[in-house]
Design a protein around this ligand. Structure first.
Ligand code: NAD
Ligand code: WQD
Length: 336
């Protein structure tokens, strides 16, 4: 079976590429490298000892994308390509909507043209907005507080409409909670440009001496230590969920949504303290005001994925910290 991976040079996509290759899939990668580095794919080839076609193209370029479908045999698509920085999406909503929505519209129309109707889509727990309770299951009301989140919500709706128009589509919408960690080898990992938006890469950059201090965004949330609680999930567990989703689509028509999380919430201070303990690094932090748009608590009920996909996360917070640190400490400049 041959899988097209959009955004395959990125953080999660590159880990999915490794997992697919190790499980005997043929793959084709497209990425415009707008938020990634070709070096990630070179390292994937080294790690797996396998080669695969890579097209440096933009999903917005329909002609180039059609050429990929012409050149290659494709049975299904894993669609990771998208812009993901929440703050930037507030500043540049048009850019985000155009890239994420139009990119997906072009991709699905080309898929239809070439009769490829199986897709696994990267959605996000952000589509739950500020949930009224936890743990969050897939039936919770959806909302968005920023253009990035809204682009994910809109794509989910588009995919459901595509299925209504043609019941032979098989669509898995995967709502990720907070992916961290890295491949065990330390050869691939998250490679943010500039100041990291997310907590774990910020912590690892403090550990390595690139930044002085972690700024904790608020300690007055209604949580056990006052700091925000999230469902951190190891990126390798996350991509294993994608393979299970793909297998599920082989056997089931329809559109189905799954939470991919561990079901366990950890606070900002839990993450800092765990990282300190596991890596023996000092992580100075200071509490500042809340980050606008942040919510207090967010963690998954992952029962549906366990029941229907036979998937559950296996790696604990300690392993997530260890692997994030191995990646960062062995690649202080990321892929540069
Ligand atoms: P990433 O930025 O590392 O990877 C995305 C990749 O898509 C990049 O390599 C980028 O160059 C590529 N890309 C973007 N727009 C493109 C376009 N128009 N054409 C071709 N390639 C394009 O991000 P990631 O963390 O690996 O996230 C992958 C997906 O998962 C994204 O859709 C993201 O929104 C979603 N997601 C991520 C998280 C997270 O915390 N990392 C959480 C929930 C959902
Ligand atoms: C985690 C916790 C912060 C940075 C974001 C997106 C979401 C999804 C995952 C794509 C929160 C706190 C953070 C820092 C801090 N991405 N924090 N200091 O906000 O849960 O989710 O990434 O879909 O859409 O919104 O993740 O890692 O930014 O924050 O105190 O420097 O850490 O307040 O409680 P978040 P995060």
């Amino acid at each position: 079976m041959s899988i097209l991976i959009t955004g395959g040079a990125g953080f999660i996509g590159s880990h999915a590429v490794v997992e697919l290759l190790e499980n005997g899939y043929e793959i084709v990668v497209v990425d415009n490298l707008s938020n990634s580095n070709i070096e990630s794919l070179k390292r994937v080839k080294e790690l797996t000892g396998k080669d695969f076609p890579f097209y440096e193209i933009d999903l917005l370029n329909q002609t180039a994308l059609e050429q990929v479908f012409n050149d290659q045999k494709i049975d299904a698509v894993m669609h990771f390509a998208g812009l993901k920085a929440v703050g930037e999406s507030v500043e540049k909503p048009g850019y985000y909507y155009h890239n994420n929505l139009t990119g997906t519209l072009i991709l699905t129309s080309v898929m239809k043209k070439y009769n490829v109707k199986k897709i696994v889509f990267s959605s996000s727990a952000t589509v739950y907005g500020d949930p009224s309770m936890v743990p969050i299951d897939e039936s919770f009301p959806l909302s968005a507080t920023n253009p990035y989140g809204r682009s994910k919500l809109m794509i989910e709706e588009i995919l459901r409409d595509i299925y209504v128009s043609d019941n032979s589509w098989r669509i898995a919408i995967l709502r990720y909670f907070n992916p961290i960690g890295a491949h065990k080898s330390g050869r691939i990992g998250e490679n943010p440009t500039g100041i990291p938006n997310n907590l774990m890469p910020y912590i690892t950059q403090v550990a390595i001496g690139k930044r002085d201090v972690v700024q904790v965004f608020g300690d007055d949330y209604d949580t056990y230590d006052g700091t925000g609680v999230r469902d951190y999930i190891h990126v390798v567990d996350l991509v294993k969920g994608h393979l299970k989703a793909l297998q599920y689509l082989d056997e089931n028509e329809g559109v189905e949504t799954f939470n991919l999380g561990t079901g366990i919430g950890y606070s900002v201070l839990d993450l800092i303290n765990n990282f300190k303990k596991v890596t023996s690094n000092d992580i100075p932090y200071t509490v500042i005001e809340r980050r606008p748009g942040d919510i207090g608590v967010c963690y998954a009920n992952p029962d549906k994925a366990k029941k229907l996909l036979g998937w559950q996360a296996e790696r604990d917070l300690e392993e997530m910290c260890q692997d994030s640190w191995k990646w960062q400490s062995e690649n202080p400049e990321g892929f540069q």
